[in-house]
Design a protein around this ligand. Structure first.
Ligand SMILES: Cc1ncc(COP(=O)(O)O)c(C=O)c1O
Length: 371
């Protein structure tokens, strides 16, 4: 250390790109609410997890994989990919398995964004797309939704410039629950310049019940240069083990594999995710619980005269008005965690994940007392 001068010692400087970054704010964890508010039972409806729990087949597969933990995992997650190949009827070169969907967003950013490149995102949407762009010194162009948070392909097209590299479509969109209908997706893809890569984030695809919903896979089969992002954190109930995957034409996957770390997905996660893919009972039960739960929330909210946006996902964007902060905090005091939407610039809204029937009921009763 230099003690000879009164000036501050020079410090190691992080990259300038980091000036724009803030750490991700996750939903409050259960233990923190228990400790802070002295409550035992916590109802967590803040992170769009599966309240039914993890796929039992996945849990069993992970238990069986424990004895092989002295080995490095399969670098390419081949076992998991072979099941994906079977289910999607695509070739193994069209998949990449990642440490959650989040890692895939980082790999896309690292592989495609030069300094000053632009990404287009709908607004409001999942924050990690912007995070990846900022980290690579790229710029984020936000395109507001139309009324009722519906997608407008023309507004997205109008935002394209000579610097546009990526266009993210989150469908169903987090936090609005709205989606991009297939005809609009096709229209968009047909009009975009080929130098723009479209990423369709379908983390919540299992919950979409609209007949014109598209998870992008059919279009990839038809040869569109589209990348579909998926996760095991939602319907499969495996958020804790961090697995996601991408589906795309082979040339895109080859590029992404260049920036992937060798052992990005651990052995337990690979085993669990593979088993979850064929746990049809758990998938169906989760889907049914979500559909019933959405209806339960809608009807409860209507009774309370609270407005909401109809959702194709496992969460509902709810408008609580000027009292949003108070209600959010008082719910926390009762051990009920939901997500404040102010991070998306929606100061009068919250996002409520669909829980079990009992959890939804607890939430609705608390809301009735607090509004
Ligand atoms: C829209 C969307 N995409 C991707 C992810 C990332 O999921 P994970 O990294 O848990 O696979 C999430 C997580 O909440 C999400 O909401």
């Amino acid at each position: 250390m230099n003690n000879n001068s009164n000036t501050e010692p020079e410090q190691v400087k992080p990259r300038r790109a980091l000036e724009q970054l803030k750490p991700y704010t996750a939903g409050k964890p259960i233990w923190e609410v228990q400790r802070e508010y002295g409550v035992e039972r916590v109802v967590k409806l803040a992170s769009n997890e599966n309240s039914l729990g993890p796929s039992p087949k996945a849990v069993k597969a992970m238990q069986e994989a424990l004895t092989e933990l002295h080995r490095y995992p399969d670098e390419r997650s081949s076992g998991l990919i072979s099941e994906l190949v079977r289910q999607y009827d695509l070739s193994d070169n069209q998949f990449i398995v990642t440490n959650g969907g989040d890692e895939l967003i980082m790999l896309i950013s690292q592989a495609y964004l030069e300094e000053g490149d632009e990404i287009i995102v709908p607004e409001p949407t999942f924050s990690e797309y912007a995070f990846g762009a900022h980290l690579m010194s790229g710029a984020v162009v936000k395109v507001p939704f139309d009324e009722k948070y519906s997608y407008n392909a023309d507004s997205l097209l109008a935002a394209v410039t000579g610097k546009t590299k990526l266009l993210y479509l989150c469908s169903p969109n987090n936090p609005t629950g709205t989606y991009l209908p297939e005809p609009e997706l096709r229209r968009l893809l047909d009009r975009l310049p080929a130098r723009v890569l479209v990423v369709i984030d379908t983390a919540y695809r299992h919950y979409a019940t609209a007949s014109d919903y598209s998870d992008g896979v059919e279009l990839i089969r038809e040869g569109y240069p589209l990348l579909a992002l998926n996760t095991f954190s939602k319907i499969y109930g495996l958020a804790g083990i961090r697995v996601g995957f991408g589906i795309a034409p082979e040339s895109l996957i080859t590029t992404l594999l260049k920036v992937k770390e060798p052992f990005n997905v651990n052995a337990l996660a690979q085993a669990g995710a593979k088993a979850a893919l064929t746990d049809y009972e758990h998938i169906e039960a989760s889907r049914a619980m979500n559909e019933a739960g959405r209806e339960q929330l809608y009807s409860g909210l209507r009774e309370l005269n609270i407005s909401y946006t109809e959702s194709m996902a496992n969460y509902v964007l709810v408008e609580l008005g000027a009292d949003t902060d108070r209600i959010y905090n008082q719910l926390l005091e009762r051990g009920i965690i939901i997500r404040a939407a102010k991070g998306w610039g929606l100061h009068q809204h919250v996002r409520i994940s669909v829980g079990t029937e009992e959890e939804n009921q607890i939430l609705l009763e608390a809301l009735a007392e607090l509004i």
